[in-house]
Design a protein around this ligand. Structure first.
Ligand code: FES
Length: 130
């Protein structure tokens, strides 16, 4: 049985840019992996981008892409269970695309990043008093 037990606390986490390392328990063995079924935060504020009407876009839903906010195919290796969100817009316009990857209105920002920022701040303050 495979069980994801959560974020690793000792060792590897501190060496990674994104603290999203999971340990998987298989029998009595524990395997560490940076692969996750959860998206990572690419940035804490949305991307303001100019889009062209009628063109197809693929919004990165996993947060691993180096071409944020758009997909570069990295999800295939780093988050295979997460697919990009394909979308088109009718006419040219400027939009705010989610960068925290927590929005409920993908690919658009819905303000959830404020919650992400607050959680990061709360975590930082908590760590100051450890
Ligand atoms: S950047 Fe994700 S909800 Fe705003």
């Amino acid at each position: 049985m495979n069980v994801v037990i959560g974020t690793m606390r000792n060792g590897c986490v501190e060496t990674l840019k994104q603290p999203r390392l999971f340990a998987t328990v298989i029998g009595s063995r524990v395997m560490c992996s940076s692969k996750t079924d959860l998206p990572i935060v690419a940035a804490k504020l949305p991307f303001r981008v100019k889009l062209t009407g009628g063109r197809k876009y693929a919004w990165c839903a996993c947060g691993h892409s180096k071409r944020q906010p758009f997909c570069d195919g990295t999800h295939r290796t780093n988050a295979p269970s997460i697919s990009p969100v394909l979308f088109t817009i009718e006419k040219d316009c400027t939009v705010m695309l989610c960068a925290c990857k927590q929005t409920k209105n993908a690919p658009y920002c819905d303000g959830t990043h404020f919650k992400v920022i607050f959680q990061h701040l709360a975590s930082s303050v908590k760590n100051m008093f450890k």
